[in-house]
Design a protein around this ligand. Structure first.
Ligand SMILES: [Mg+2]
Length: 121
């Protein structure tokens, strides 16, 4: 998948539907958060075992994939509306994260704002 190609497709779709008039950064962020909420609803109140069954079911997994796609498309829209080169931003942040999270310090370890660094059980 070519990310830039999909950004252009989303941009053309939004333009065709005359939705640019609604797409300011604040409302796009609210729409993004709504889609994150829709994804969260797919997991709400489910145990780890139930989530594993959802993921193993192609039809249910498709709903999760659709919510992820909605989130990705809002991220793309926010990026192009703010004249941010999204693929470049991802590449640069990925490289920054690779330097920040080192094998020596972070392998097999997660962090929490309250607990700090904690080895995976
Ligand atoms: Mg959705």
């Amino acid at each position: 998948m070519d990310l830039e190609l999909y950004i252009q497709k989303v941009k053309a779709f939004n333009h065709e539907l005359d939705w640019d008039q609604f797409h300011n950064p604040k409302d796009l962020l609210l729409a993004l958060m709504s889609e994150v909420g829709e994804l969260a609803e797919c997991f709400r109140w489910l145990s780890e075992e139930e989530i594993a069954r959802v993921i193993a079911d192609p039809e249910k997994k498709k709903k999760i994939a659709e919510e992820l796609a909605d989130i990705a498309m809002y991220l793309m829209t926010i990026s192009y509306k703010m004249d941010i080169d999204f693929p470049k931003a991802i590449e640069e942040k990925f490289e920054k994260n690779k330097k920040r999270f080192t094998l020596e310090k972070n392998k097999g370890v997660h962090t929490n704002p309250i607990e700090g660094y904690k080895p995976q059980a």
